[in-house]
Design a protein around this ligand. Sequence first.
Ligand code: GLP
Length: 241
Amino acid sequence: MEVVILPGNRQIASLAADAVQALLRRKPEAVLGLATGSSPLPIYDELAARHERGLLDFSRVHGFLLDEYVGLEPGHPESYREVIRRDFADRVNIPPDNVHGPDGSAPDIPAACRAYEDAIRESGGVDLQLLGLGTDGHIGFNEPGSSLASRTRIKTLIEQTRRDNARFFGSLTEVPHHVLTQGLGTILESRHAVLVATGAQKAQAVHDLIEGPVAAVCPASVLQLHPHASILIDEAAASSL
Ligand code: GLP
């Protein structure tokens, strides 16, 4: 696991975009794992800017969302499929059909989760997985207690995560209780995991992720087992190391 402490979002986004650019040069048909939350936004801005300058071509790329809310109607502005469309897909030339997400409105949720795992596998697997970090140490929506070997499945959000994410909704009551998320075992199979975290509110989770034991109480700590994980953080997020 490499840990890189950078001055701020601009430098973090630049380094993450460099990794994407190097990957696409080597493999134009690469598979990207797409994270939501506010942390990856500067990366999407940078990728869109580089695409605009002709440096990045996403025409053969496939993207797989990390997670999705359960029960939001299709097209809901806060469904992660919509968020990724707005923040990333519509700003680059990735074909819309190449963007995949777990189906949070499927009538048969376990079948939808299995189908999602199959789709990732059939794509050849995720080459570069972007990740944010929850204040409770979650990645994707793998809350504390998640099995380190877990696959895509339904999870119940803890109150802290619902409160953290309430800023994207009108009120706390509108934040869904259930989500679908790639499992920790799924994430571990990505070829390169790039986690970004900034701000003092992430310092404890960053500490547990990097210096704590590999344990389900801090799901992100599973990245210690990842063969190629890059942790890109700012000084504030690194302040408890
Ligand atoms: C949500 C997402 C996570 C993300 C986390 C942190 O819970 N499901 O993938 O890492 O938010 O969000 P932020 O980057 O806004 O702090």
